[in-house]
Structure formats: C-alpha cells, structure tokens
Design a protein around this ligand. Structure first.
Ligand SMILES: NC(=O)c1ccc[n+]([C@@H]2O[C@H](COP(=O)([O-])OP(=O)(O)OC[C@H]3O[C@@H](n4cnc5c(N)ncnc54)[C@H](OP(=O)(O)O)[C@@H]3O)[C@@H](O)[C@H]2O)c1
Length: 227
C-alpha cells in the first residue's frame, strides 16, 4: 500500500485517463476518477471499487464547481489534467471553426479552470503536483509539418498555461509539468507506444518531479521537449 496519496484525473472514460486511474489504484492511491459521461465509470471488476467517481465535463464550469464543493479543502497530491480532444484533420481552406472553438474549450479553457479551482487543494497536499497531458503537437518549435491548426493552437495555449501556473504556484511549493504521452495506441491501432507504457512513463515523471522540473515539458520516456 502506497502512502495515503490522492490523485484527481479528468477524462477517465477511455484511453490514457482510464489507464492512469487503474495504475494509480493498483498502487494503492486514492483515485478520484472523473468522466465526461459517468456511465463510463470504471467497473468494480476493473478496480473501480477502490476509487471515487464523478461526472466532470471540463467545459462545464458548474460541474467543476460542484466537484470542488463536494471535495471541499481535501488535499489532492496530484491533479492530472488528461481530458482532451483532437486531432483536426482539415487542411487550410477547409477549417471547421466550430470544432476549432470546441478544442479550445476542452483542451485549453477547461484545464485552466480545473487548475484554478483545485490549486488550493494541491497546495494543501503532501506531494503538491499538477501534471497536464499536452502534446508535442503544441510545441511551436517542433512543428515541421503544418496543419492541425486547432489542435496545435489549443495545446500550445495549454503549454503557455503550464508555464504561468508553474511560476504563479512556485511560492506555494506546487510543481507543474506538461507531458507528451508519445503516439499512444488509444484510438490508432498502429501507434507505436502501448497505453500501459505511456502511462507508466508519465507516472514515473510525475513521481520524481523536482523543483527544477516545474514549468518543463517532458516526453513520456523522460526526455525534455522544447516548447
Ligand atoms: N494518444 C496519443 O497518442 C496522444 C498524443 C498526444 C496527446 N494526447 C493527449 O492525451 C490525452 C488523452 O487522450 P487519449 O489518447 O487517451 O484519447 P481518448 O481516449 O479520446 O481520451 C480522452 C478522454 O477525454 C474525454 N473527454 C472529451 N471531452 C471531454 C470533456 N469536455 N470533459 C472531460 N472529458 C472529456 C474523452 O471522453 P469520450 O471518450 O467520451 O469522448 C476521453 O475519455 C488528451 O489530452 C490528448 O490530447 C494523446
């Protein structure tokens, strides 16, 4: 049994979020697993009986505030902003602006509100870490192929938020990091990185975050990434 640590994770319906929840629960953490649709709740047979579950669409501020009201000042050791949508495949000349706006809401605005709401809970915890699942698609200096305007812009905005949060929360001892999961096999069967390995790698980074890591961007294997 791990120490009495708590992690709050968004987007546990599928993919990386679900795997994060199951790995942390297996290691004895108290997991607050949140879902876009509570019907996707992790079953008792998958480890769900060891977790708390909550409905949380990160674009619906009243749901974030309801969860805050429910949790009160309870310490959160790791706040894990994982929920995200993408990729936008439309090329220049055919941009879908409704989807562009939606990507901003889910990938940028929602995580901002989440972190603002729960920063005090993280600051009150023992580990004091915020991990934000971003993407190297949001790294402007690594963009050599163009396209994917909305996804890239929403994740670049998220990266900017990570940096400001790291600076603003440093005085309270909170460490904030952006993570790239690799090209993980969540939706794409031919993607090279197994979901289990991607999540295990990101958890290793979260686990060993030092003061010098705050405000940095890491690949799931621990390699630093440029912005
Ligand atoms: N897989 C990769 O190769 C890869 C690479 C780079 C970055 N990422 C990032 O990794 C994170 C997880 O992605 P994934 O690959 O695990 O994809 P995924 O399986 O689609 O997981 C994303 C999760 O977020 C949920 N979600 C969508 N909109 C939401 C909202 N408004 N509020 C709360 N939850 C919401 C989704 O629910 P529904 O399934 O019900 O829509 C889904 O469970 C994302 O931030 C993604 O951008 C992934």
């Amino acid at each position: 049994m791990a120490e009495d640590f708590t992690v709050l994770i968004t987007g546990c319906d599928t993919g990386l979020g679900r795997e994060f929840a199951m790995q942390y629960a297996r290691d004895g953490w108290h997991v607050i697993a949140t879902y876009l649709d509570h019907a996707n709740r992790i079953g008792d047979d998958e480890g769900g009986r060891l977790m708390s579950h909550a409905q949380l669409d990160v674009t619906r501020f009243h749901q974030i505030e309801a969860l805050k009201a429910h949790l009160g000042d309870r310490p959160i050791d790791v706040l894990l902003s994982n929920a995200g949508i993408g990729l936008d495949i439309r090329r220049l000349g055919e941009i879908d602006y409704d989807y562009f706006r939606q990507m901003y809401e889910v990938n940028t605005v929602g995580p901002m509100k989440l972190c603002e709401t729960f920063a005090g809970n993280v600051a009150a915890s023992k580990l004091r870490r915020i991990a934000i699942v971003s993407s190297r698609m949001g790294a402007i200096s690594l963009n050599l192929t163009g396209g994917h305007y909305g996804y890239r812009a929403s994740k670049a905005g998220l990266n900017a938020i990570v940096r400001s949060l790291a600076l603003d929360l440093a005085g309270r001892g909170v460490r904030v990091v952006a993570l790239h999961p690799g090209w993980a096999r969540t939706a794409e069967p031919d993607a090279p990185v197994a979901v289990e390995d991607s999540v295990a790698g990101m958890r290793r980074i979260i686990g060993r975050l030092g003061a010098h890591d705050t405000g940095q961007f890491y690949n799931y294997d621990g390699a630093p990434l440029a912005w």
